[in-house]
Design a protein around this ligand. Structure first.
Ligand SMILES: N[C@@H]1[C@@H](O)[C@H](O)[C@@H](COP(=O)(O)O)O[C@@H]1O
Length: 241
């Protein structure tokens, strides 16, 4: 496959620098289009980014009042009110600090009784909102984006996924007990992510450098989900260790 020339690589020397650059990209997006649809991510990688975004918002650089957000994923079986849910992560690190109306903050509902119907509802809602203008991503050490594990079809849409043991273990730090780590999640599909107009991927730390190297130089293959980004017209990777 021919790789895209639209990949921009920004190497940083600190986590703070990565967070600041990412916050600037999102600030510029909101300033140029206040009703932007933003795709958001959870995990350790974007924590500093959210902190910086909140700081700048509080200094009245920009507003979220007309924006809409969609998160990449949520665990099955936990939801709002559970400290380990992505709902709670977003409340804690972003939503409770900004002026984004509650009705326009979206995450998949991991407590839905019919999970497949929930996936269709979520996918439809993204479409009805006009599609994602700017999507934030982290990357798993196995190349997963959102919770799309290796082998997930490139054309997948929002779906239920069984988490690999490697992903469960790398997310174990967020849970008190082994048995509390969910086995399944709802995630935007790779096709959903690829439909975003612009993408920013954050990768920081020694443990992410193999994945970054493979992303930069490896083949485009479903065995390494992030590799599909080479087919996207507008990706910025901000990385460092
Ligand atoms: N579902 C999330 C991903 O969206 C995230 O990118 C990845 C990396 O997380 P971290 O940034 O904590 O390394 O972990 C989880 O599996």
């Amino acid at each position: 496959m021919i790789k895209s020339k639209m990949f921009q690589w920004i190497e940083v020397s600190s986590y703070e620098q990565m967070s600041e650059i990412a916050a600037t990209i999102f600030a510029e997006q909101l300033l140029s289009k206040p009703d932007s649809v933003l795709g958001l991510a959870t995990g350790g990688s974007p924590l500093g980014f959210y902190k910086e975004l909140v700081r700048r918002h509080q200094e009245e650089e920009f507003s979220f009042a007309r924006a809409t957000t969609f998160n990449l994923d949520e665990y099955v079986g936990i939801g709002p009110g559970d400290a380990t849910s992505y709902h709670e992560f977003m409340n804690e690190n972003l939503f409770r600090h900004i002026d984004l109306p509650e009705t326009r903050r979206h995450l998949p509902n991991g407590l839905a009784t019919d999970l497949d119907a929930e996936c269709s509802r979520y996918e439809k809602l993204i479409g009805e909102s006009g599609g994602i203008d700017l999507q934030l991503l982290g990357i798993g050490v196995n190349g997963h984006i959102g919770f799309n594990e290796p082998g997930t079809p490139f054309d997948s849409r929002t779906h239920v996924i069984e988490l690999t043991e490697a992903t469960r273990q790398s997310n174990a730090r967020f849970f008190d007990r082994e048995q509390d780590i969910p086995k399944k999640a709802l995630t935007m599909g790779i096709g959903t992510i690829m439909a975003a107009r612009k993408i920013v991927l954050l990768a920081f730390g020694d443990n992410k450098m193999d994945a970054v190297e493979r992303l930069e130089n490896g083949a485009v293959t479903e065995e390494f989900p992030a590799s599909i980004l080479h087919k996207h017209p507008h990706v910025t990777v901000i990385y460092g260790k």
